[in-house]
Design a protein around this ligand. Structure first.
Ligand code: NAD
Length: 489
């Protein structure tokens, strides 16, 4: 049996663990088992499913101190962040448990127009394919809503961080985890018994997954990359704490976050002041080192290939000035793993690869602008539209510009995880994907509405309707009365 062996990206000589590769025949068997389990799981009352998920959330919460170091060691994410990610996943699952019964409830209307029941039915087997950068929460955003709604799930995590999520998923009912790379993901997304695909990852894999699912007429949720602009309006007033939060908005998880602040647009007249305060804040909060070492806020990147790609992006920043940021933890040896020195890069134009592409690593460009209309156009340039942020002393002004930006989520006076909310739907526009996670919308991704309807015309004693007539025409619509809207079923 082939194994995926995962090394610690901070200490590459150390093997953290391994998982077996699921071959195509075993993928088929897993999907068939999920399909067999669907009738039973979806047939349970939502309250029972939610109770089982709550027990799962409690189990994961009880294991937090054991799981967080495992996540730190396999992903390179600092221990405090790893703890935070798992804790947030538990909070999200509990939020799903609180919200699902009302959001998923059927509705019935019984009035002069007829009787209409709209049920929210699960799809069946949901195939989930997830990345390594936040392997627990990005899987939970799919597992929680899909399972609460009555779907069964087959999950394929990234081979670069497969260990912690396998443990977390084992605490939940109606989930199977399979392992492998693109081939396993393809076998899952294209399986005829998979009724919905949920994918988070990069552009290339996203396009292929969408095509594979599309060939089977399987709907998909695609959460893809971003190249998020952070726009500082001329009146921005940032405290030291704001600058520190801004630095971490770009450099948490070594910049490998879909919604990291990836381009900083600063009014030309205030760039010197901004840069000075930014560098000072980075010196205070950006501490590079082993993810398990106390005080470290930035670990390594995920792989040798990622490190080489990001170093090349900084080295190729022709015409710009790259300033190293932050400091090393005491005793830190950057040669022990895939460490990349974080940089702020100034003086680039918008066509430089570091600006025009998603860097997905610890280097951020600072770009000067002159007018609000100009920055709006420049911030919206490109094919991606995941998140953005607007910073201003005047909240109204910030909201006004935020409403005009082409992004699925705009933060005001913060960016990245500090700006998230369990109730706020998250997802991209343009080529950052489609579908939403979090919020009511994130729950509704995993149900289809199914209707039972009798028009008033055909109820006992009803007037009937001419054969071939359109209902609700101006001449034959029955008189409206208040009717009764029944409480959710
Ligand atoms: P990736 O696209 O390389 O891999 C993601 C997953 O897809 C992995 O499980 C991988 O094994 C699988 N995969 C790869 N090719 C496949 C194929 N052809 N068919 C089926 N499965 C395939 O992404 P990554 O490097 O793990 O993650 C980085 C990307 O994810 C970045 O672009 C980042 O912005 C994006 N991302 C987006 C969000 C979001 O919510 N929008 C969140 C996190 C990361």
């Amino acid at each position: 049996m082939d194994l995926i062996t995962r090394e610690n990206p901070a200490r590459v000589a150390e093997i953290v663990g391994s998982v077996p590769v699921t071959d195509p025949a075993a993928v088929d068997a897993a999907v068939r088992r999920a399909d067999d389990a669907f009738r039973g799981w979806s047939g349970l009352p939502v309250a029972e499913r939610v109770a089982a998920l709550r027990r799962g959330a409690d189990t994961v919460a009880a294991r937090l101190e054991e799981l967080a170091p495992l996540l730190a060691r396999e992903s390179g994410k600092p221990l405090a962040d790893s703890r935070g990610e798992i804790g947030f996943a538990v909070a999200f699952l509990r939020w799903v448990c609180d919200e699902a019964p009302a959001v998923l409830a059927a509705t019935e209307v019984d009035d002069d127009a007829g009787r209409l029941v709209v049920r929210r039915k699960p799809y069946g087997v949901v195939g989930c394919v997830t990345p390594w950068n936040a392997p627990v929460i990005l899987a939970m955003l799919k597992l929680g809503p899909a399972l609460a709604a009555g779907n069964t799930v087959v999950l394929k995590p990234s081979p670069l961080a497969p260990l912690t999520i396998t443990e977390v998923a084992a605490a939940l009912p109606a989930v199977q985890v399979i392992h492998g790379g693109a081939e396993t993901g393809r076998a899952l997304a294209g399986h005829p018994l998979v009724r919905k695909v949920a994918f988070t990852g990069g552009d290339a894999a996203g396009r292929e997954i969408a095509a594979t699912a599309g060939a089977m007429i399987t709907p998909a949720v695609l959460e893809l990359g971003g190249n998020d602009p952070a726009v500082f309006l001329p009146d921005f007033a940032l405290s030291d704490a704001d600058y520190e939060r801004l630095v971490m908005a770009s450099f948490a998880t070594a910049g490998q976050v879909c919604m990291a602040a990836k381009r900083l647009y600063v009014p030309r007249a205030r760039t010197a002041e901004f840069t000075e305060a930014y560098l000072a804040a980075a010196e205070r909060v950006l501490v590079v080192g082993d993810p398990l070492a106390p005080g470290v806020t930035m670990g390594p990147v995920i792989s040798a290939a990622a490190a080489a790609r990001i170093r090349a992006l900084v080295a190729d920043a022709a015409g710009g000035t790259a300033t190293p940021l932050g400091r090393s933890a005491p005793g830190h040896d950057p040669a022990s793993g895939y460490f990349v020195t974080p940089h702020l890069v100034t003086g680039l134009d918008d066509h430089a690869p570091l600006v025009a592409q998603e860097q997905f690593g610890p280097a951020v460009p600072l770009l000067a602008y002159d007018t609000e209309e100009e920055v709006l156009v420049r911030a919206d340039a490109g094919e991606l539209g995941l998140a953005a942020s607007v910073w201003s002393a005047d909240e109204e002004r910030a909201f006004a510009l935020a409403g005009r930006l082409g992004a699925g989520f705009v933060f005001v006076n913060t960016h990245n995880r500090t700006g998230m909310s369990l109730r706020a739907p998250f997802g991209g526009v343009k080529r950052s994907g489609y579908g939403r996670e979090y919020g009511r919308e994130g729950l509704l991704e995993y149900v289809q509405s199914a209707v039972v309807h009798v028009p008033a015309a055909f109820r006992p004693g009803g007037p009937g309707m001419a054969p071939g007539a359109y209902p609700g025409g101006v001449h034959d619509e029955p008189p409206r009365s208040a009717g009764s809207v029944r409480p959710p079923l």
